[in-house]
Design a binder for this molecule. Structure first.
Ligand SMILES: NC(=O)c1ccc[n+]([C@@H]2O[C@H](COP(=O)([O-])OP(=O)(O)OC[C@H]3O[C@@H](n4cnc5c(N)ncnc54)[C@H](OP(=O)(O)O)[C@@H]3O)[C@@H](O)[C@H]2O)c1
Length: 175
């Protein structure tokens, strides 16, 4: 069976932050980005998130198939009809996703989950919205730790609105 596609989607500020503080929601993104995100998630089979992001965005995420990464379960636990809680230290995440029959995985973050997927060589694509605003503090897209070098090709660029929000679509390639 071929590898499911892992497609990350993130909104960042001009200074590269996904949140001003851990636990902040994404009410700072523009409606055009929210529309894009909803349509994108509709096309995916499952959303991969960390426990913090799942908690912060519980209302919309509880209506979608989710795999929630957490160290609080021993292996994998069906938390609700749509959500599995999974400890990737004890479970082969890729094998689980294949077993569940998911072909397109939306990697919704946060920072720890983007970093985990990059570290494990799982990421195939990235949709990055850049919002023209500066937090001046907060969480970077990726954790500051040693991650593998990765070459990234820009596939498309779109201006989302007159405010200057921009959507970039990248493909990740090996080295
Ligand atoms: N701007 C955007 O596009 C965007 C997107 C997503 C999230 N966010 C924001 O980012 C913030 C959350 O980011 P975050 O990095 O703090 O949290 P996160 O990645 O959503 O969740 C972190 C938690 O998930 C679990 N986890 C993640 N990776 C794991 C792994 N490899 N193995 C085991 N457990 C793992 C751990 O929970 P346990 O303690 O249960 O082990 C960890 O504390 C929120 O403010 C959210 O709104 C922004």
């Amino acid at each position: 069976m071929s590898k499911p596609a892992f497609i990350a989607v993130a909104a960042v500020t001009l200074d590269g932050r996904i949140a001003a503080y851990r636990g902040q929601n994404t009410d700072w993104t523009r409606k055009e980005d929210k529309q894009f995100l909803r349509k994108f998630l509709d096309k995916c089979d499952v959303v991969l998130v960390g426990r913090t992001t799942y908690r912060v965005a519980y209302a919309p995420l509880s209506k979608r198939n989710c795999i929630v990464l957490t160290s609080r379960v021993k292996t994998v636990f069906k938390k609700s009809p749509l959500a599995f809680f999974c400890n990737p230290k004890a479970v082969d995440l890729l094998a689980l996703i294949k077993r569940l029959g998911y072909k397109q995985v939306a990697v919704l973050g946060g920072q720890k989950v983007y970093s985990y997927c990059l570290e494990k060589g799982l990421l195939d694509e990235l949709f990055l919205t850049i919002e023209p605003l500066i937090f001046g503090r907060g969480l970077n897209l990726l954790e500051i730790k040693k991650l593998p070098r990765q070459r990234v090709n820009l596939l498309s660029f779109k201006r989302l609105n007159s405010k200057g929000s921009a959507l970039l679509h990248y493909r990740l390639t090996k080295k």
